[in-house]
Design a protein. Structure first.
Length: 371
């Protein structure tokens, strides 16, 4: 079938996506299948997932035939069950614009074959207190453009312009990917026998390598509730590479990059100065002095093992503590800065319900009419 398969994996600690499904149900005419993929049959029963079909008949519950050992394998079960030409993944407490399918079909008509479509996915901290939260930057541009693959490779694998994570809007998480590419990537992950918690970044790493044509929509099409990175109890560690998710998010992404290159018989070296800058950012995001020192020491030990310690001297993070909040309001260049709690919005779903009223209608940016 044509259309879009929206995959909603539900891990053991997550609740049923009722608010998200109700938001999607408001657009019943869109060719959308909603695949709710719980980690187990027990979770499906506990959260009464079967009743989601009463809210939107496009919901289909997909219970994995075998235990999902990680988010990577849980996502793969959703891929296997999907029937549409386009696929995307969001969390149960995120919000997704179903008219993203209109963008995908418009891009296909404009560019022909396209592998992945990204956009400005906004992030909301659901625990932020009113009066103690930064502004959210809403892009005012609404163009849709093809992006150069070489530039995307540089942004991801050479960490150009990154903070503690590469700039990469493509993949499966809060982005759209073609069914053909999704199946290819899922097969490559299974062949590599990888199980870990950084599914978003594993998919981004493979999408930018295996895909050929990428498009980007400046208009936000989704909002996610941000979740602080949690150090995994059993990080995936390679004997031939010193970085892993047990050190921090930056190190976990580097392990993914190294492993994907190793599958191709190539050596990943990153862009040393860019990557070390990212590890510095990752360390400085720690606001507790002890956590900062522990992370710095762990990164430094890993850097001493990487390429003979040749770049360890570049690692010089400074403890910054709590960063001042950006409370700007109004138009600043191509960004509209607005209150994180605008009109009392508490989470990603309520936030998008409000800002959608003053975003450019998708019908207009796709050559049609406002809906």
């Amino acid at each position: 079938m044509a259309g879009l398969s929206l995959i909603i994996p539900i891990e053991a600690h997550e609740k049923r996506p009722e608010t998200l499904v109700r938001a999607l149900a408001a657009k019943p005419g869109i060719d959308l299948e909603i695949l709710v993929v719980p980690v187990s049959a027990e979770l499906a029963t506990r959260e009464d997932l079967a009743s989601l079909g009463d809210i939107d008949p496009r919901v289909r519950i997909v219970i994995p035939p075998t235990a999902a050992l990680s988010p990577l394998s849980l996502w793969s079960h959703g891929i296997d069950a999907a029937k549409s030409d386009w696929l995307s993944v969001v969390r149960p407490d995120d919000i997704f614009e179903p008219e993203a399918l209109t963008v995908a079909e418009f891009v296909k008509g404009k560019l022909g074959s396209v592998d992945s479509i990204g956009w400005n996915a906004l992030q909301i901290n659901p625990t932020a207190e009113p009066g103690k939260a930064s502004s959210v930057a809403i892009p005012t541009k609404y163009d849709i453009a093809e992006l150069n693959k070489t530039e995307m490779l540089k942004a991801f694998y050479l960490w150009e312009g990154s903070t503690n994570v590469p700039k990469m809007p493509f993949g499966l998480f809060h982005a759209i990917i073609s069914r053909e590419l999704a199946e290819t990537i899922a097969g490559s992950i299974r062949a590599a026998d990888r199980e870990h918690g950084l599914a978003q970044w594993e998919w981004a790493a493979r999408t930018v390598l295996m895909g050929e044509k990428f498009a980007f929509c400046s208009r936000p099409l989704s909002v996610l509730n941000t979740k602080p990175f949690e150090t995994p109890a059993q990080p995936l560690i390679r004997s031939d590479f010193p970085f892993h998710a047990g050190l921090g998010l930056t190190a976990g992404i580097a392990e993914i990059q190294f492993s994907v290159f190793a599958e191709m018989g190539a050596l990943w070296t990153g862009s040393q100065e860019n990557f070390i800058r990212a590890t510095i950012f990752d360390s400085m995001f720690e606001t507790d002095p002890q956590a900062f020192n522990d992370k710095c020491n762990a990164y430094y030990r890993a850097l001493q093992k990487w390429e003979g310690g040749a770049h360890a001297s570049l690692f010089k993070p400074q403890f910054a503590g709590e960063r001042p909040l950006d409370k700007r309001r109004g138009l600043h260049g191509n960004l509209l800065m607005i209150d994180r709690h605008i009109a009392g919005a508490r989470n990603a779903q309520e936030f998008y319900n409000i800002i959608r009223n003053f975003l450019v209608p998708i019908g207009l940016i796709c050559g049609g009419q406002a809906v």
